[in-house]
Ligand binder design. Structure first.
Ligand SMILES: Cc1cc2nc3c(=O)[nH]c(=O)nc-3n(C[C@H](O)[C@H](O)[C@H](O)COP(=O)(O)OP(=O)(O)OC[C@H]3O[C@@H](n4cnc5c(N)ncnc54)[C@H](O)[C@@H]3O)c2cc1C
Ligand SMILES: NC(=O)c1ccc[n+]([C@@H]2O[C@H](COP(=O)([O-])OP(=O)(O)OC[C@H]3O[C@@H](n4cnc5c(N)ncnc54)[C@H](O)[C@@H]3O)[C@@H](O)[C@H]2O)c1
Ligand code: SF4
Ligand code: FES
Length: 804
């Protein structure tokens, strides 16, 4: 007979089996291990159910430990068996199928039960929770026969379920109690941005709705609300939170409140009985995410192995929503209170919102929307309690348009946690890559566990591979798709549009087998741009695929009003124009008139219904201050007035702005022209900067003056003003044809290298061909303000206020 101690684990889920995995490494052979699991599967990754539902993974793909793993490690496994009794005197557990096993140590890892609203009719067919493989399979099955689902609960789980239903071709309403989604993770601004992005993907939200009754016959037919309205549904999924599964613990008198109360070593109120995972309550907190559960597991495994261990002292958690095309991050204490300060950045053009909450010079929480690349670093700062006094705002929140992954990972300290779910640090990943000769994300996952759970850190692991291996890492081996709606990369899509002659957004989606019916906020605007770029003369712009500012041709402001910036070529105006602007500002009670950094006049606080009349009275063209297009050409006074000027910078700037106005580009374009190398117009931090030198002009490409400053690279030197226009055309057209939608020139030039761009634009034939294509594009542009003034339909559809 074996003299090993007997360890019994109740619950074959993520937290419990993680303890066993650690234990097998720390003290192989110390215990005879028996595991009971109610579900009829080996240990699987519950997190990835969202990807199974969305059609991105199969059930086989999400198994963490297959059947052979138990066998190979001498573990006795009882699946499909629920432990229903524990005899603490005899030290035995007994399952619902009559299997009794003795234990020396017992771990309860029974997880949670989904909370089911006790509504009349909740027992009807088609009303369910979303927690297990079985639930997931039932949902996939239902989608084959039914068309309309309702998800109750606009939290993480509900939104991931709703995304899954859209992928399965169902219509979906998300019913939510309050008026902001994910209110436990997001502030109001982020929540509203999320709602907008998900609506663009096709989700319908019924907010501030209290469910009252499930209606129908044997099967659900709809959901009735307390206000009396009914929404139709063939399927209702409740995703309104979870409750620790503590029935078994209660039955033996363990302290429960509401989870099984544990100390810093996961010991319960009874000797030799431990609890870990979602069923446990530590220092008053019950966690519902894997990262803290794994931290608990690591401590418990060491304790059981009798290895030295620090106590588990609680976790600071963060979450990411796993819905493709929407990047959302929330960590720590994300809501501000009176004793806190906040830094906020809200770039409406690129749909990026970032907020950092600070108390006593320490970051205590963050919310990121649209660009979550700062998440890992901010979480580390929260965990470390880093003192940020004296730090520039730009060093705390980095610009998404700034340096790519390389420098960001270089700046991370070795102990920064790169994979939050599995607690794997940058240092551990880099050492494993070097020491074990790892060359792919998959190998890093197998060796270190990083990226094994939610997969949110895969890109970062890729960056760490590139950083450690340098040029020998083949990033292209991992194909980057345009977004989760498609298997195809940007280049494949553009090639297919050209090759197959696809001519509108829906056709691209249908021919290329889009996974979603309506696409998402990432792919729709991108497809609209690519189609317009490829077929400038024939493509009908799909207004619905544009972001709100571009649809409205004005910038929407924080308070829902708009800002109006008329074009002022080269930043040059006249007394008559100034008078007209002043009169219009007075007439429409414009509360704020402001000079912009691009040498323009901004009329702020304009009401939607006044926009078209204001444009008409201004009688100036749209300044495109809202679009992915040429914004401004800034100029210095130049040779006409300046003692140092060697060329007519104002004239050159006006000519460039008139030439390229209304040009659609992958991202906004700013230009500047300086009359001598003193560079008063700040030309080198523009997308295209022109600087007069003795006998000619220098052209700089890829500059950026945003949060992450980048000096442009010298593209070429030319002699005449005509050549400036010619080279600018070639460079911009090459950028239009080759950059990803949304990619600023600063990122693109850095990615492809100035030499490769220079090689193309300096080659006469190529330059000529690019200029010809650019000229065709420029010949068909229209002023959107003028169009709106002349079209009653546009005015009615876009600018009329409908009284409800
Ligand atoms: C769809 C979905 C997506 C998620 N996405 C994320 C995410 O992106 N990031 C994240 O951090 N977290 C996510 N979570 C939460 C995460 O999956 C859980 O926090 C984690 O699985 C909890 O692990 P656990 O072991 O405590 O519980 P579980 O994984 O639920 O395991 C408990 C197991 O014990 C079994 N059991 C219970 N009682 C008994 C008994 N008496 N006898 C035998 N067996 C029993 C249960 O059947 C279950 O299999 C997600 C959850 C879901 C449902
Ligand atoms: N990406 C992720 O990290 C991820 C994904 C899925 C699930 N999870 C985890 O799984 C668990 C379950 O997720 P969840 O979203 O169900 O829990 P949750 O508690 O985070 O969210 C439930 C949501 O339902 C809403 N709600 C409550 N009662 C309602 C009602 N009567 N009508 C409408 N709305 C109602 C709440 O306002 C809340 O926003 C959580 O622990 C969650 O963290 C995490
Ligand atoms: S850049 Fe040269 S020309 Fe232009 S204002 Fe400055 S000093 Fe004068
Ligand atoms: S952060 Fe979730 S797997 Fe790495």
């Amino acid at each position: 007979m074996s003299n090993k101690q007997k360890l019994v684990l109740v619950g074959n889920g993520m937290a419990g089996v993680n303890v066993i995995e650690h234990l097998l490494k720390l003290a192989p052979g110390k215990y005879d291990i028996t595991i009971f699991g109610s579900e009829p599967y080996p240990n699987y990754n519950r997190i990835l159910l969202s990807y199974v539902l969305a059609g991105d993974s199969s059930v086989e793909d999400i198994v963490i430990h297959p059947w052979d793993w138990y066998k190979a490690n001498g573990i006795t496994l009882y699946t499909g068996q629920t432990v229903t009794a524990i005899d603490t005197q005899a030290r035995t557990v007994t399952s619902d199928q009559g299997v009794t096993v003795t234990y020396d140590k017992l771990i309860l890892a029974t997880g949670s039960n989904p909370f089911m609203l006790p509504l009349p009719g909740a027992d009807k067919e088609g009303v369910m929770a979303y927690r297990t493989i079985r639930d997931c399979e039932m949902m996939i099955d239902a989608a084959r026969n039914y068309k309309k689902a309702i998800v109750i609960g606009g939290g993480l789980l509900g939104l991931e379920a709703a995304r899954g239903f859209l992928n399965l071709g169902m219509k979906v309403d998300v019913v939510h109690l309050v008026d902001t989604l994910m209110e436990r993770q997001l502030d109001r601004t982020a929540s509203k941005l999320l709602q907008e992005a998900l609506e663009a993907q096709g989700m319908n939200f019924l907010l501030e709705k209290q469910s009252a009754e499930i209606v129908g016959g044997q099967r659900v037919a709809g959901l009735k609300f307390k206000d009396g309205n009914v929404a139709d549904a063939d399927l209702v999924v409740m995703a309104v939170g979870i409750r620790p599964n503590v029935e078994l613990a209660k039955s033996i008198g363990l302290e429960v409140n509401p989870g099984i109360v544990v100390n810093d070593y996961m010991q319960t109120s009874m000797p030799d009985i431990y609890a870990v995972g979602e069923c446990a309550m530590h220092r008053g907190v019950v966690y519902g995410l894997v990262a803290p559960l794994y931290e608990q597991g690591a401590v418990l495994a060491k304790h059981l192995a009798e290895a030295e261990t620090a106590p588990y002292e609680g976790s600071i958690v963060y979450t990411k929503l796993k819905v493709s095309g929407v990047d959302v991050f929330s960590g720590g204490q994300f809501l501000e209170s009176e004793d806190c300060k906040t830094i906020r950045v809200h770039d409406e053009y690129s749909g990026v919102y970032k907020k950092v909450v600070i108390r006593d010079n320490k970051i205590i929480g963050a919310v990121l929307f649209g660009d979550t690349s700062d998440g890992t670093r901010l979480m580390q700062m929260i965990r470390d309690g880093s003192d940020i006094s004296g730090m520039e705002k730009a060093a705390i929140l980095r610009d998404s348009a700034g340096e790519g992954g390389g420098s960001a990972v270089a700046a991370m300290s070795d102990d920064t946690i790169a994979c939050g779910c599995n607690g794997v640090s940058k240092g551990a990943i880099c050492s494993a890559i070097r020491e074990q000769g790892l060359t792919s994300v998959e190998e890093v996952k197998d060796c270190t566990g990083a990226s094994r759970s939610c997969g949110g850190c895969k890109l970062l692991v890729g960056d760490l591979l590139a950083y450690t291996l340098g040029d020998s890492y083949d990033r292209t081996a991992v194909k980057e798709t345009m977004c989760g709606c498609t298997e195809h990369s940007r280049d494949e899509i553009v090639a297919a549009i050209r090759g197959k002659g696809l001519s509108h957004v829906r056709e691209v989606m249908s021919v290329l087998g889009w996974k979603t019916e309506d696409g998402c906020s990432k792919c729709r605007p991108a497809l609209n741009y690519y189609l317009g770029m490829i077929y400038p003369e024939t493509y009908q712009d799909d207004r619905t695929s544009r972001f709100v500012n571009e649809r409205m041709h004005a910038n929407i402001q924080k308070d829902g009003t708009y800002s109006v910036i008329p074009r002022m070529y080269g930043g040059v105006t006249s007394p008559a124009e100034l008078k007209r602007i002043a009169e219009v500002a007075e007439k429409f009670n414009v509360p704020t008139v402001k000079l912009t950094g691009g040498q323009r006049i901004d009329l702020l606080g304009v009401k939607k219904e006044d926009l078209t009349r204001m444009w008409e009275e201004l009688a100036m063209p749209s300044g495109y201050a809202y679009g992915k297009a040429l914004r401004t050409v800034k100029t210095c006074v130049g040779a006409d007035y300046c003692r140092f000027g060697t060329a007519d910078s104002m004239g050159m700037g006006i000519r460039l702005e008139k030439h390229f106005e209304r040009l659609n580009t992958p991202a906004k374009i700013k230009m500047a022209v300086s009359g001598c190398p003193r560079n008063c117009a700040e030309s080198v931090i523009k997308d295209l900067g022109v600087v007069a030198i003795d006998g000619g002009w220098e052209l700089y490409a890829g500059g950026n003056g945003g949060v992450r400053v980048r000096a442009g690279d010298l593209l070429t030197t030319v002699k005449t003003e005509d050549e400036v226009v010619e080279y600018a055309e070639a460079y911009l057209q090459y950028y239009r044809e080759n950059a990803d939608y949304g990619e600023r020139t600063s990122e693109w030039v850095k990615r492809v290298g100035i030499e490769s761009i220079r090689k193309v634009v300096e080659q006469a034939d190529e330059r000529k061909a690019l200029c010809e294509r650019m000229d065709i594009t420029l010949s068909v542009t229209k002023d959107p303000w003028k169009e709106a003034i002349e079209s009653g339909k546009i005015q009615k559809d876009l600018y009329e206020v409908v009284e409800l």
